[in-house]
Design a protein around this ligand. Structure first.
Ligand code: NAG
Ligand code: NAG
Ligand code: NAG
Ligand code: NAG
Length: 213
């Protein structure tokens, strides 16, 4: 699988010789499902996400009791603009507040992304049988990594491949609707309010992507 991804990356680099002027677009507000798959095909997380693209707020809840062998039980509330990540445990009403270094995540094409090419998954010629998408590469400072994102022409991120020298994850956005179903999900729960960010290494996380390691 790793080799296949590297080949894909190589083809993208080759195609980039023809790249013209494309600028990262801003994704709309979204509600949908996020699935996170690891290099061995294991499902790390699956759950509902809510993303406010204007205020750059995200809620993601993965539920390991789904019948899919999901590894992680996660409930994250992230304020990318402020660089704050809450790990929420609704069962015992507890919460950790961490400072977030990287603003990158699978719901928006970052401003430093580079356009690679446009492709169609399925058929270009048969109406309704093809999905046209753009491929972007995303810098991963501090890692010998590589990240690629595919997004529709309307700026809906479809999938993101995130590779470091030791791991690889594929983030897929599914069943997306273009609004926020439950704005309360983007509000800090009462039991998380008034917390301070710990001034320790444990109080800092690099980015959203690393929460799935
Ligand atoms: C996205 O949702 C926020 C409320 O959470 C709203 O203020 C904003 O206008 C919405 N953006 C769009 C493009 O609908
Ligand atoms: C996870 O799913 C189970 C079964 O559908 C449900 O009972 C439980 O409340 C869910 N947990 C969370 C945190 O959503
Ligand atoms: C879930 O994972 C366990 C061990 O990792 C494996 O034995 C089992 O077959 C898996 N179940 C499904 C439905 O994939
Ligand atoms: C909440 O529960 C988790 C495990 O479900 C545990 O690790 C954590 O320490 C608990 N927190 C509190 C404050 O009880």
């Amino acid at each position: 699988m790793y080799a296949a991804v590297l080949l894909f990356v190589f083809m993208c680099w080759t195609a980039s010789a023809h790249a013209d002027q494309h600028h990262p677009c801003r994704s709309p507000n979204m509600t949908g499902l996020l699935s996170v798959m690891g290099a061995m095909g294991e499902v790390r997380a699956v759950g509902v996400f809510t993303y406010d693209s204007m205020h750059k707020k995200l809620r993601f809840q993965s539920n390991s009791s789904l019948p899919m062998n999901v590894t992680l039980d996660l409930d994250l509330l992230v304020f990318f603009e402020e660089g704050i990540l809450y790990k929420i445990d609704s069962k015992n009403q507890s919460c950790e507040k961490k400072s977030l270094q990287s603003k990158k995540h699978p719901f928006a094409i970052p401003n430093d992304a580079t356009y690679i090419s446009t492709m169609t998954s399925g058929s270009t010629f048969i109406e309704g049988e093809g999905l046209k998408f753009q491929i972007w590469t995303i810098p991963t400072p501090g890692y010998k990594g590589q990240s690629l994102m595919c997004a529709t022409m309307g700026c809906l991120p479809l999938s993101t491949i995130y590779m470091t020298d030791s791991s690889m994850f594929i983030y897929s956005n599914l069943n997306v609707e273009l609004d926020i179903k439950d704005p309360d999900l983007l509000v800090v729960p009462p039991f998380c309010q008034g917390l301070h960010v710990e001034e320790t290494p444990e109080g800092t996380v690099y980015g959203f992507y690393e929460e799935f390691l």
